[in-house]
Ligand binder design. Structure first.
Ligand code: SAH
Ligand code: SF4
Length: 330
């Protein structure tokens, strides 16, 4: 098992990257096989009460056209995705208090009738909310810790509390969600040591899913002039995470594709086994700008999926036909 110092050394040394990516690819193949899980992503509201310094949806950004999908629109999007063969629906949004516990439970129950797994990615909520969502049918929850460096966390997240984020992750695990977390790579003043700590934290939490993406500056945020995160470094953090956590689900993130035209395929060959195509109605997709130049999935989701399938085939991978839990007995 790699320790923190080993990880820092690997992150520093760029002469062995090729071997690292190959080892991560072998580990992926051995533990989770050659299938790729597709998760249909619905970005149902870009309204957010938080002010994360890197994010275009932050409350203080007034230069954004805000939207909130109706319950009917959300369920319709899910239905369309299920008809295309998606086995998981991911519901993501800003921290939008309009969506109360009851409203969300109704939406979850309706989508659950379609016989799909449901992942939530809606930020920090109370323990009782998390329990209610689980009872309504949610299976998984994504909440990135973003960084385990508490000082950096504080500067990046005004009015937010690192300890509460940790508590949320512990609660999610305890309630029985497949729990996903992850980090941003390339935040201003982020050290390699802190990235190594992030990976150690993923292991300690025994996270079921890890999403890792490079930081991408958004023009309407306080970090507009900061340089973007390094693609290779993000890929390395992801590859090491695969080697350390072995059988978990790891998405090839959209942020990787934004930095490198072939980013997601490269990620799939370096440890990733999940893709999250956007299945949100296009008119909303354009407005969900956490960072600029986010990869869009076009108007024709069926065609998008077919193209993806061909690309996957070319690297010896196929689309999984099951719901893709970490624990296959679920
Ligand atoms: N509001 C929810 C979910 C939406 S944001 C939450 O914060 O958990 C989803 C993820 O987008 C965040 O976890 C963050 O890691 C990522 N993100 C936000 N702004 C970004 C940026 N400028 N560059 C790269 N990733 C970003
Ligand atoms: Fe809101 Fe999430 Fe963006 Fe933070 S990262 S501002 S919580 S949408």
């Amino acid at each position: 098992m790699l320790n923190k110092n080993d990880i820092v050394e690997i992150l520093k040394d760029n002469t062995q990257n090729h071997n690292l990516f190959n080892l991560a690819d072998d580990t992926r193949k051995k533990y989770v096989g050659n299938t790729v899980h597709l998760r249909g992503l619905i970005e149902f509201s870009n309204i957010c009460s938080k002010t994360c310094k890197y994010c275009g949806l932050r409350y203080e950004n007034k230069n954004i056209d805000r939207y909130r999908m109706t319950q009917e629109e959300i369920v319709e999007c899910a239905q369309n995705a299920v008809e295309l063969g998606y086995k998981t629906i991911v519901l993501q949004s800003g921290e939008d208090n309009f969506f109360t516990r009851d409203t969300l439970c109704k939406i979850i129950k309706e989508i659950k009738r379609l016989d799909v797994a449901i992942t939530l990615s809606i930020g920090e909520r109370s323990d009782d909310d998390y329990k209610a969502f689980k009872e309504a049918g949610a299976d998984r929850y994504l909440l990135r810790i973003e960084t385990t460096d508490e000082n950096l966390y504080k500067t990046m997240h005004p009015h937010m509390d690192f300890k509460n984020r940790l508590k949320c992750l512990e609660n999610l695990k305890k309630i029985g969600y497949e729990t996903g977390t992850g980090c941003l790579v390339g935040l201003p003043n982020q050290s390699l040591e802190s990235l190594a700590n992030d990976i150690m934290f993923f292991k300690e939490l025994n996270a079921d899913m890890i999403g890792i993406g490079p930081f991408l500056p958004h023009p309407d945020t306080p970090l507009s002039d900061a340089p973007h995160g390094d693609f290779n470094l993000a890929l390395k953090v992801m590859a090491i995470t695969r080697i350390v956590l072995k059988d978990i689900n790891i998405p090839a993130t959209t942020a990787m594709e934004t930095l490198n035209k072939n980013g997601r395929i490269i990620a799939l060959k370096s440890g990733a086994n999940v893709i999250m195509p956007n299945v949100t109605n296009t008119k909303f997709q354009e407005k969900y700008e956490i960072y600029p130049n986010k990869t869009k999935s076009g108007n024709d989701f069926a065609e998008y999926k077919e193209t993806l399938e061909i690309k996957l085939k070319s690297i010896g991978r196929t689309i999984a036909q099951n719901k893709g839990f970490r624990n296959p007995t679920k």
